[in-house]
Design a protein. Structure first.
Length: 66
């Protein structure tokens, strides 16, 4: 999956309790692969999860990634 604005393939989500804590991931073929082991227990990514591009200012629902 790629960012709809810049084409970057790296993303992150923010912790619901601490907006300064982020969980970085890639999503080849729609499968979320977190960079840090154990992050999948701390952050859940669904189609409605607000997702941020790691390169540009784009953010939106995970489902809008192409």
């Amino acid at each position: 999956m790629k960012c709809p604005t810049c084409g970057c393939e790296r993303f992150f989500v923010k912790d619901a309790d601490d907006e300064y804590e982020i969980y970085e991931f890639t999503a080849p073929g729609g499968q979320v692969n977190f960079d840090d082991p154990g992050s999948e227990d701390l952050a859940e990514v669904t189609s409605d999860t607000e997702t941020f591009c790691d390169k540009c200012a784009w953010h939106g629902k995970f489902s809008t990634l192409k």
